[in-house]
Design a protein around this ligand. Sequence first.
Ligand code: GLU
Length: 331
Amino acid sequence: MPTTTPGHPSDAHRPDHDPSGPLPLAAGVAAAAQVARAADHDGEVATYIAPLAEVDPSRFALAVSELDGTEHLDGDVEVPFAIQSVSKVYSLVLALQAADAGSGVEEELWCRVGREPSGDPFNSLVQLERERGLPRNPMINAGALVVDDVLLDHLDDPVAATCELLSELCGEDIGLDERVLRAEQGSSHRNRSLAHLMADFGNLRNDVEVVLDSYIGACAIAMSSRQLARATRFLANGGIDPASGRRVLAPPLARRVAAVMLTCGTYDAAGEFAFSVGLPCKSGVAGSIVALVPGRLAACAWSPPLDPAGNSVAGRIALHELAERCELSVF
Ligand code: GLU
């Protein structure tokens, strides 16, 4: 059953809905979920580790969290899953925070990882070899490993810091899925290869195994779609957590994170996402996709079966339907 929970009463005023204009969010979420559910068996669940291969493919959730705290929820919104590559967003946020307070984001981060879509699979070794160990962007695995390397220059335990940030942002305790963690530790051969290749080109400073532990730990963070939507609102709010008013990231840096999500956040289907959804998004291989509507809300769709690019099939449909019906596209 879809539910809507109001935010703070002082924030509740909205202009009356024009019936010829966009649908209100509550109706948009319900309608988008209904359309997307019809596709929740299309695609294939990730099978590279048992905990992902064994997930119930009919799980589906759509959660919207407005800046005033109002939530619109449909489906399995309380069921936790490993956030996988969605963690790359929060690792980037922490690295930008640390570099901004250190010797600067250009010097510490952007000279070591680019901001261009890769056009190659998220874990491709070929491009990295051709481009001498410089990853295309922080949303692919190689780029995230560099981000983790930057974090390790500043933090003792980047995974704990990421959990702490996410706990603060969603107001609930966030930890790791230990089963996913152990499975990833035993199967990260390609990520290990990416890390060693970059170390060989001089683009990793910390011990390769320590960087990998950090990367793998972040992938195993477990959250529900409701928690993810809530925790991502600060990026739709110029870097300020709307719940506490704390500035998590300076506004220009928050804009950069959103820009990288739009251009690089959905593997090599970012062009298709910009075309059909029109929002900064980041997807993960467990089937979640977070999305931002600047100045208004964050959303998370979750359905485990993936398309060949690695994005949730029903998740993409849900976000497309929501953006169309409620006219949320940034374009
Ligand atoms: N743990 C996965 C990997 O590194 C994450 C991939 C993803 O979600 O895109 O291969």
